[in-house]
Design a protein around this ligand. Structure first.
Ligand code: CP
Length: 314
């Protein structure tokens, strides 16, 4: 197959075949990153703009490194230091960046649909780096890549996503992507942090209100950050109460499988949703996720620039 998209906006819109295509190409880029000279000339002459209206460490840096490894020119623009603060609209900002010859714009914005709106207005490629609580497709892809490295197959794999589902774009992208590849998803959250209808996003999605009810069957435990900055309603009685009931610690994993893997998109709130003992344990792949983000984002940048999976990077 080939990847014919101008933009990467969500995992909802990708087929299982397209996701597998990106995963295969990401393996090639991971090999490139293991070489003494971790750079290929693939995007020489192309310009990548990181346009971030919300804070980011992992995603922005990872796109910057991915672009540099592909020899692209990189510009970073933060919302707070751009002309947005003088009243310029998102669309006018996007058109201005395109007029400056950007080929790919990576956007993070607090409003769901912001990346789609920009993508439908300009000719440059747009990558959604997180739009409010809607989707974070490149995080979903790097998570799925990391699961594949460790568990090989998705068919019948039991993935449990625990935490603040209501505000989580990462949960939505993972649910769309993993169910398309055949994984079973169990969502564990307080009822107030569960958006209505979440179980209808894909096949094989179950809901539980206690990790203890399903821990014995789980292969992958994906822990979400409690999004303190988005808790505009009173969704949880207190952080202490949330941590006691839903925070993951050694005690809650007593009956877990020996080869359980623990994942988290970061940034982590230690001793709130995850104890340090678990975050730093041999089961934790949190830093592998971060590292894999570079190869996966290289694959995405390369495909949006018109590359194919059978390319030779020697
Ligand atoms: N996982 C993630 O999106 O992290 P950042 O907010 O640091 O980019």
């Amino acid at each position: 197959m080939s990847f014919k998209r101008k933009d990467l906006l969500s995992l909802e819109e990708l087929s299982g075949e397209e996701i597998n295509y990106i995963l295969t190409l990401s393996e090639s880029f991971k090999e490139v990153l293991s070489r003494p000279i971790k750079k290929v000339p693939t995007l020489r002459g192309k310009t990548l703009v990181n346009l971030f209206f919300e804070p980011s460490t992992r995603t922005r840096t990872s796109f910057e490194i991915a672009g540099k490894r592909l020899s692209a020119d990189i510009i970073n623009i933060s919302g707070s230091t751009s002309s947005i603060v003088k009243g310029e609209s998102l669309i006018d900002t996007g058109k201005t960046i395109e007029a400056l010859n950007a080929d790919i714009i990576v956007i993070r914005h607090s409003l769901p649909g912001a990346a789609h709106r920009l993508a439908h207005t300009i000719n440059a490629s747009v990558i959604n780096a997180g739009d409010g609580s809607h989707e974070h497709p490149t995080q979903g892809l790097l998570d799925i890549f990391t699961i594949k490295e460790n568990k090989k197959n998705f068919e019948g794999l039991n993935v449990c996503i625990v935490g603040d589902i209501r505000h989580s774009r990462v949960a939505r992208s993972n649910i769309w992507g993993l169910t398309k590849l055949g994984a079973n998803i169990t969502i564990v959250a307080p009822p107030t942090l569960l958006p209505p209808g979440i179980e209808y996003l894909g096949k094989g999605i179950k809901i539980a209100y206690k990790l203890e009810d399903c821990i014995e069957d789980i292969d992958v435990l994906y822990i979400l950050r409690i999004q303190l900055e988005r808790q505009k309603g009173f969704f949880i009685p207190s952080i202490r109460e949330y941590s006691r009931l839903f925070g993951i610690n050694k005690n809650k994993l007593k009956r877990a499988k020996k080869d359980l893997i623990i994942m988290h998109p970061g940034p982590i709130n230690r001793e709130i949703e995850i104890s340090s003992e678990i975050a730093d344990s041999k089961h934790s792949l949190i830093l592998d996720q971060v590292s894999n983000g570079i190869a996966v984002r290289m694959a995405i940048l390369y495909l949006l620039a018109g590359g194919t999976a059978d390319a030779d990077f020697n």
